[in-house]
Design a protein around this ligand. Sequence first.
Ligand code: AMP
Length: 369
Amino acid sequence: MSDALAPITPGSVIGIVGGGQLGRMTAVAAAELGYRVHVFTPEANSPTEQVCEKAFVAPYDDEAAIDAFGQSVDVITFEFENIPAETVRKLSRHAPVRPGWKCLEICQNRVKEKTFATGLGIETAPWREVRSASELAQAIQEIGAPAILKTNTLGYDGKGQVRIRPDTDAASAWAELGADVGVLEGFIDFTMEISVITARRPSGVMASFDVVENRHKDGILDITIAPAKISETLADKARTVAQQLTQAMDMVGLLAVEMFVTQDGHILVNEMAPRPHNSGHWTQDACTTSQFEQFVRAVTGLPLGSTQRHSDAVMKNLIGHDADPWLDILANPDNKLHLYGKNEARPGRKMGHINRLFPKGSQPRGWGN
Ligand code: AMP
């Protein structure tokens, strides 16, 4: 067995870059498999720090912190992908970095992401790269309105987006975006938003979880319904697209792919994330292996676990003050409550989530029905 394929053994230290709830839930899953976790994050008392062995709290470009963290771990992964290339390069001097830079680079940048998907023959919404108000005006002419103008980098949870209507003035929309590079996307009148999470080991073996439906509120994920109520043919197509992207990226770890299902039954790729994803939280309670355990298995080179779904599930995000009535939430014994250890509830901030399970095949339609 070559070194790259030798498993990183339980008892070793997994280094996680990023200190949010995804790192926290990964650290808990890592502990269940006997690993120790160190986190590197600019945030003091982060959700991940609260549950791991050691935290390196410093900006992502702090060279001394990069070296100290890198030297203290056996493998490095990310719960947050917007990391400078230079940081990733320096970290890779100390330990294997999984996934590698190629995956992060593609997923950090909408132009690269869409170009990559298109290169594989995978469909996306029509789009144009724009670098000025006049390029935006030209792109609106070509794509038409309604459309959505997005920042090329650093967009998440609907942030960094401007809606373009037929009467929108290109110059003011460009000023509102406030970025050097933008992407104008045609507005898709989708029937459903879906996502697929795929794990891939260093050996190339892959496993995907079931396709799920995602419903957003104000650009932020509100609920995930597992499985998505779509035909087997469409579900197969979505899994195939997700695995094609995962393989072509040479991903080691998890790749979450968000897609739109169009009125005429096409699947368009919207966004990818090279890490555990909010739309995979339902797996914690409804699958043999959670996305977090699968992530740990993939980056340490362990055999992947079964992705089998033993129940249908609905996941609801608790945003801002939604988690304040935690005691009432717990009073319903069917609510599986997960809280992230964040002290301050700010608008739009993800504080926790609830998973509810349903007998398989019962087809839950939403939250509370
Ligand atoms: P994003 O940050 O790109 O994932 O966008 C956040 C949400 O905005 C998506 O989950 C969709 O609900 C909506 N959205 C983004 N792009 C489009 C599009 N091209 N057409 C329609 N809705 C979109």
